[in-house]
Ligand binder design. Structure first.
Ligand code: PHE
Length: 524
């Protein structure tokens, strides 16, 4: 009998299995915490969870498996927090005097306003999708057919769109050619043997698709001229010509905003995934498991330590309501903690005050026609520009459908601040004007939009926690320890900030800590 078989066949509780060493301590990555009946060891112990985002939902779900009695207090009328899918009827009014917006997308159209992609190595996220039965599909992140557009440069290649594949293959070609030439002149003889040099030149020939003379003269990797693809009969196709090296060097594409061409960043490497029908499939699946445990439309007003635990006051239907418990799991984003009346210790309050959050925004633009697919052959992926729109994301779902919603901007820092400060109508105008330089079809095909700025979004107040070495050292440790009977969870309590995996991992860590505290589980 394997351990798995034993665990599956026994009626012993999850907690006893933990205690007997039959289950590994919840690891940070891949996990198998499938419930074995209902645990009883946490029974009778009341836990109040602030926030029904992913961290709060996960904590409630896992604590529930162990028999704890959890109540989730959620300020919004929905769960998910920064996991938020924008679709017809979605409403929001932003902080700082924002106008009320209601999404008017057509049936079946949506975009993920917050979390929008799952790296294939975020095992904890994938494990929860598996456990909750949330079906996944490919999120196409890197698309060589998408565009780069450098606005305001002087070179011949500025102020015009360029296919990522053209830039990529030309730069690969020229740099390979230059290195191959240097090697041919035996300039690296001291470091490499003759055989090594030959092998390296072979690599460069392949890497840059150099000709037999080791020169880069363009390559069929760039594809064919418009309307000159290979065809039936006597139609071999006409290859495109490479851009010149000096033109490319003056193009402006070496600015940091154009990095991540292709999928260089670890978190953006193929394969990326997304739930079918929107990222909110994940919180919705949790909600089904937590029926009756979430109190919605209940902003937390006060968080107090008591002799035996915690006391929370939230607002419900205009009236304050008090609730007590033995423990609290506080998943509120730090910007929300700042203004909360509480007995939290000075170190926690300082963490809330001094750990900055990312300013970031998105706009969804609905178009009558999927011109990026029909005219440009772009199926998913991301175009990049130094304009304020920064990134344009093409949907990876409903390909070749009738209409489509693309993400007309995804920006950060000062770009997000500038755009987020605009009234909704002006954000739309800016997205259409700037995006229209890359896609002239915007003008005739646009229907409607819905934009958001996370730093202005009620109950979030920012995209994600932004640490540097100093804030990690100075403020982060306070969030890892319980403050009395109050535990902290959320992406801001991890080294996986800005990812759902952080929310999941933090919840697991907190569940472990509480369970250890009540003496039911010894951490190995
Ligand atoms: N996870 C977010 C995203 O995928 C934020 C992020 C962006 C994190 C880039 C790291 C790098 O967009």
């Amino acid at each position: 009998m394997t351990r798995r078989d034993f665990i599956n066949s026994t009626s012993a509780s999850y907690a006893s299995l933990l205690a007997w060493g039959m289950l590994p301590a919840a690891p940070a990555s891949a996990i198998d915490l499938s419930a074995n009946g209902t645990g009883s060891d946490g029974k009778g112990r009341k836990v109040i969870i602030l926030g029904a985002g992913l961290a709060g939902l996960t904590a409630a779900y896992e604590l529930g498996k162990l028999g704890y009695d959890c109540t989730l207090i959620e300020a919004r009328s929905r769960s998910g927090g920064r996991v938020w899918t924008i679709r017809n009827g979605t409403k929001e009014t932003e902080l700082g005097g924002g106008a009320a917006q209601t999404c008017a997308f057509s049936e079946g159209q949506y975009y993920n306003g917050g979390a929008a992609r799952i790296p294939h190595h975020h095992e904890i996220t994938l494990q929860y999708c598996r456990e909750l039965g949330v079906p996944l599909q490919i999120f196409n992140g890197a698309n060589e057919s998408a565009y780069l557009y450098n606005d305001g440069g002087t070179g011949d290649l500025a102020n015009r769109r360029m296919r990522i594949s053209d830039y990529h293959n030309d730069m690969r070609g020229y740099t390979s050619e230059l290195l191959a030439k240097a090697l041919d002149q035996s300039s690296l003889d001291q470091q490499l043997t003759k055989e090594d040099v030959e092998k390296l030149v072979d690599f460069l020939k392949n890497e840059g698709d150099l000709n037999t003379a080791h020169l880069y003269k363009g390559t069929n990797r760039r594809g064919y001229k418009s309307k000159s693809d290979p065809g039936a009969g006597n139609v071999p196709g006409v290859l495109t010509d490479p851009y010149g090296l000096t033109d490319l060097l003056r193009s402006g594409f070496m600015q940091p905003v154009f990095y991540n061409v292709g999928d260089y960043a670890y978190e953006q490497q193929t394969t990326l995934l997304q739930p079918v029908d929107g990222m909110d499939s994940i919180p919705k699946a949790f909600e089904k498991k937590l029926a009756g445990k979430i109190i919605f439309n209940a902003p937390v007003k006060e968080l107090r330590k008591t002799e035996n635990g915690v006391r929370v006051i939230y607002q419900k239907d205009g009236k304050p309501v008090e609730i007590s418990g033995e423990f609290c799991v506080c998943t509120l984003p730090l910007p929300m903690l700042k203004s909360l009346e509480s007995d939290l210790s000075g170190t926690v309050k300082r963490a809330a005050d001094f750990i900055p959050y990312m300013k970031t925004g998105k706009i969804g633009l609905q178009f009558k026609r999927r011109f990026w697919e029909e005219d440009d052959g772009i199926y998913g992926g991301i175009s990049r520009t130094n304009m304020d729109v920064n990134q344009i994301w093409y949907p990876s779902f409903s390909l070749q459908g009738k209409k489509g919603v693309l993400i007309g901007y995804y920006n950060f820092y000062s770009r997000a601040e500038a755009v987020g400060a605009l009234p909704v109508a002006d954000r739309e105008k800016l997205a259409l004007e700037q995006g229209g330089k890359i896609h002239p079809q915007y003008k005739t095909e646009f229907e409607n939009s819905f934009s958001l700025a996370w730093h202005r979004t009620p109950y979030s107040g920012g995209g994600w926690a932004l640490y540097d070495d100093a804030t990690r050292k100075k403020y982060y440790p306070a969030l890892l320890e319980p403050d009395g009977n109050i535990y902290f969870a959320g992406e801001h309590t991890t080294y996986l900030t800005a990812w759902m995996a952080g929310a999941f991992a933090s919840a697991r860590r907190t569940v472990e800590a509480i369970h250890a505290r009540v003496g039911q589980y010894t951490k190995k």
